[in-house]
Structures are given as structure tokens and as C-alpha cells.
Design a protein around this ligand. Structure first.
Ligand SMILES: Cc1cc2nc3c(=O)[nH]c(=O)nc-3n(C[C@H](O)[C@H](O)[C@H](O)COP(=O)(O)OP(=O)(O)OC[C@H]3O[C@@H](n4cnc5c(N)ncnc54)[C@H](O)[C@@H]3O)c2cc1C
Length: 456
């Protein structure tokens, strides 16, 4: 069987498992994710929307028996092409697994299915005076399963850590189609190998997350951001190191370089003073008294050598910060971004070299990101219709990865390896460590059908 006949046969079998309306022919939106402005698009025979963990297991079992590749798909906001079905087969979309199975605010915990949107978890916590700290930028669209699969971060990961820190247990389907539970509504567990951590950040290559036990903390009473503006990268990075060295623990510690500031500055609520070419954002949180004290100390520490320091209103500031990527996109219609990591004391070099790499490839480049974590969102400004330009951006990305490794960092701090960085793991890890990755992949997925071509 080939082509349309094969597609019809796959659809027929999947419909038998999930019902006619929940297995469909792929539409263009099922073949892309947030990398679509970089021209990345896949192909698939069918898209299936299981309604329960049992149906996910049955779909995986059928695909495994028939040697059909499976691409798990959450909210499709990923920046590494991880949810794009680059090798054909079946797209397994988790959006119908959207139940909150339990929520116990007095015990600071919940069990939610993988397709629950990130913002829904935030709201659930907020309405009970709690906080679910992971705050990746596309929370209205991304799913908790996708956040777990990428171990997503965000601005407040500096104090609170990335998604995995807030997951105490997972339910997942692993090949050849079995449902497993690791961890649970418990806060400590050292009984076995840490399979929970192995599944977190595995980008759908080891198993399909169907539900998670999440933990919360009481929400801080107050959060006060502080902004410092500096004449250049070196002065801004020195300020960042002063904050860390001062012993203060801000909830977030972010930066924007001159290019990002030039793009997003016009809509900045505080107004950027003349000569500002680097911005630091820090946020103090805690009780109102504690947050107020830390804010005052941050104003002091950030104020040295600054052109200006400000204490903006939090909601306005963070709304603006979320829009920085869109301000950069609006320059030429697109951007090609990577999320490399470097040690904090190499941040200034990474920020300057990003611009230099762009220049070498004839591209305007800028960066912003989670400075405290050394997480640089390095971006080339592109016209997405210009193939030659996209090609040059791909060349620039390779240099960004090489730079991160040379500076003692990582090729990805948040977005994962996915499709766009395939092959690069070998450059960051030694041969034995890479082989261990492959052996783990074989142990979970001996036929190599789960998110084929991604990560390893
Ligand atoms: C505007 C914008 C801002 C962003 N800001 C941030 C940020 O601050 N921090 C950050 O970390 N990321 C950020 N991202 C990237 C993205 O939102 C995250 O990577 C997010 O975690 C992806 O979740 P998703 O549900 O959209 O997953 P998808 O994009 O659908 O999938 C991502 C990967 O996870 C796999 N996957 C999805 N669901 C499952 C599952 N249930 N089981 C197993 N594998 C699965 C997919 O196969 C794929 O490999 C941003 C994206 C956008 C568009």
C-alpha cells in the first residue's frame, strides 16, 4: 500500500480506537509549530486526538505493532520543531486530555492531565492563594505536558527553578504501549532510578506524558520589579554580577541588549533614557515588607553606574517584557532564535559575540533573556520569505551553538534540541555520554518510533 491508500488504512485503524471524529487527515496547522517562520513543516498520514490515557496507550500499541512513527503534540508553541512530524506517521495530539483530576489547595498539589493549558494551572493556583512558578511565555497556548516534555523555564526560574522542580510524579505511556506511573503526590522519593527526571525534558522521545502531579507554594504577598539601564553590555553585565554577589535573591533577573531595547523600547512603559543600550530587570518578592526591602536594596545595587534605575508597575512591565519577541519580529516579519546558555561570568562575551555572528552573516542580531540563569535568547532578524536569509540564519545558529559550548555552556536552556538542533548533542557531550543517551533511548523505545529524528 502507498500514499492515499496507506493514509486511509492508518486512519481507519485509529478511528477504531478513538472514534471517527477524533482521527483526521492532517491539516497544515498540524504539521507546524512555532518554528513555522523558519520554514519548518512536516508530513503525516493522520492526526489522532485520544480522549484518555488508555486511548493514548492503545494508539501507541497499534503504531508500535505497525512500525508507524509517532509525534506527540502539545500546544505547538515549541521553538525547536519538536512537535513537527518530520518523518511522517501519526501526530498524537494531547489536547483532549484536559481534565484536572484532583486539586487539593490545602496540600498545595494537583493532578492534571497533559493537555491542560499552562495558564489554566496558573489560574487554579492563583485563585487559592497559591503559586505554580514556571512561567514560560506562551502560557495561554502551551500545555503542561509540553512544558514537562521540554522542561520549560521562564523569567522566574531564577529563584523558583524550571518546570521539573514542580513535578512530583508522572503518568506516561511508554512503548510498546504501556501506562506507567513514576512518583506521585509525594514530595520525596529516592527508591529507584529517577525515571521521572529522565522523562522530564525528554521531548517526547522516551514516552508520552498523559498526566502529572504538580506541587505549588503559597503565593508571595508582593512582587516589585526594578529596572536598571546602562550605556553598554559590560556595565549591564557588571550590574548583574553585583546583584548575585550581593546575596540578594531576586525572583527574576532578566536582560535586554541594545538591539532588543531599540526594537521594544518605544513601547516600554517607563520610557528609556537617551544612551541606554542595556536593560536589567530584577524582581523582588515575598511579604510586602520583605519585597519592599529587597526592592530598595536592588535599586541601590543596580543604581551604581546606571544611566537610570526605575521601580515600574509589575503588571505593565511584565506585559511589555512578554511582547519583546513580537517587537523584534515586527522589524522585518520574522526572527530566527536560539536559547543558548553560558556561565553568568561569560554573559557579556556571549551578548557581544551574538551581534558579531549576525554581522558576519549579514544579519541584524540582538539578544535578551534570563540573565541570572545565563540563558541567552539570541535572535537574528529575518524576512521569513527570504530563503537566502533563512539559510544565513541557519549558518549563524551553528556558530551560536559553537560559541555556547566554547564558553562552557549549553546549546539549549529551555527550548530543547528537537529538530532544529539535531546532531548538536554530540558536540556538547563526550562520546560515552552520547552513547548513554542512545542506550536509554533504546531501553525506552527499542524501535525508535517515538518522535523519530529528534533529540538523539
Ligand atoms: C511567544 C513564546 C514565548 C515562549 N517563551 C518561553 C519561555 O519563556 N520559556 C520556555 O521554556 N519556552 C518558551 N517558549 C517555548 C514553548 O512555549 C515551550 O517550549 C513549551 O514548553 C512548549 O509547550 P507546548 O505544549 O506548546 O509543546 P509542543 O510545542 O507541542 O511540543 C514541544 C515538545 O514536547 C513534546 N510533547 C508535547 N506534549 C507532550 C506530551 N504530553 N508527552 C510527551 N511529549 C510531549 C513534543 O513532541 C515536542 O517535542 C515560548 C514560545 C513562544 C511561542
Amino acid at each position: 500500500m502507498a500514499g492515499a491508500a496507506a493514509e486511509a488504512a492508518v486512519l481507519g485503524e485509529l478511528r477504531r480506537i478513538v472514534g471517527d471524529e477524533h482521527a483526521v487527515e492532517p491539516a497544515p496547522e498540524h504539521l507546524r509549530d512555532a518554528t513555522e517562520t523558519r520554514g519548518i513543516e512536516g508530513r503525516a498520514d493522520a492526526v489522532v486526538f485520544p480522549g484518555s490515557a488508555g486511548e493514548v496507550a492503545a494508539v501507541v500499541a497499534w503504531c508500535y505493532e505497525q512500525n508507524v512513527a509517532i509525534t506527540p503534540r502539545g500546544g505547538a508553541t515549541g521553538f525547536a520543531g519538536g512537535a513537527v512530524p518530520t518523518e511522517g506517521g501519526v501526530v498524537l495530539a494531547l489536547e483532549r486530555l484536559d481534565r484536572v483530576r484532583s486539586f487539593e489547595p490545602l496540600l498545595w498539589r494537583a493532578e492534571v492531565e497533559a493537555g491542560v493549558r499552562t495558564e489554566h494551572v496558573h489560574r487554579l493556583a492563583r485563585e487559592s492563594g497559591l503559586l505554580f512558578p514556571p512561567d514560560p511565555g506562551a502560557a495561554e497556548q502551551s500545555q503542561i505536558g509540553g512544558n514537562i516534555a521540554t522542561n520549560a523555564g521562564g523569567p522566574h526560574a531564577f529563584k523558583y527553578g524550571v518546570t521539573g522542580r514542580w513535578v512530583t510524579g508522572l503518568e506516561a505511556v511508554v512503548p510498546p504501549g504501556e501506562l506507567i506511573s513514576v512518583g506521585g503526590p509525594i514530595r520525596k522519593d529516592v527508591a529507584g532510578y529517577d525515571l521521572r527526571s529522565l522523562l522530564i525534558g525528554s521531548e517526547g522521545t522516551l514516552g508520552i506524558v498523559t498526566a502529572a502531579w504538580l506541587r505549588f507554594v503559597p503565593a508571595p504577598e508582593a512582587a516589585f520589579p526594578v529596572v536598571g539601564l546602562y550605556p553598554d553590555v559590560r556595565a549591564g553585565c557588571a550590574a548583574l554580577e553585583r546583584v548575585v554577589g550581593s546575596g540578594l535573591v531576586p525572583a527574576a533577573l532578566e536582560y535586554l541588549d541594545g538591539g532588543a531595547l531599540a526594537a521594544a523600547g518605544p513601547s516600554y512603559p517607563g520610557g528609556t533614557p537617551a544612551g541606554a543600550a542595556f536593560m536589567v530587570i530584577a524582581e523582588a518578592d515575598g511579604t510586602a515588607e520583605e519585597a519592599g526591602r529587597i526592592r530598595d536594596e536592588l535599586l541601590d545595587v543596580l543604581g551604581q553606574d546606571a544611566i537610570a534605575v526605575q521601580a515600574p508597575e509589575p503588571v505593565e512591565l511584565w506585559r511589555w517584557r512578554e511582547g519583546v519577541a513580537f517587537a523584534v519580529i515586527s522589524l522585518r516579519g520574522g526572527k530566527s532564535g536560539e536559547d543558548v546558555v553560558v556561565p553568568l561570568d561569560r554573559l557579556a562575551e556571549a551578548v557581544e559575540e551574538t551581534v558579531e555572528i549576525g554581522r558576519r552573516h549579514g544579519l541584524e542580531a540582538c539578544s535578551w533573556g534570563h540573565a541570572g540563569d545565563g540563558n541567552v535568547h539570541a535572535n537574528f532578524v529575518v524576512d521569513p520569505r527570504d530563503e537566502a536569509e533563512l539559510d544565513r540564519a541557519r549558518g549563524g545558529a551553528e556558530e551560536l551553538f559553537a560559541m555556547a559550548i566554547r564558553l562552557g555552556g549549553s546549546i539549549s536552556g529551555e527550548h530543547g534540541i528537537g529538530w532544529t538542533k539535531r546532531g548538536w548533542l554530540e558536540h556538547q557531550w563526550g562520546p560515552r555520554a552520547v552513547e548513554l543517551h542512545r542506550e536509554l533511548k533504546r531501553a525506552f523505545d527499542p524501535k525508535g518510533l517515538l518522535n523519530l529524528g529528534k533529540k538523539v
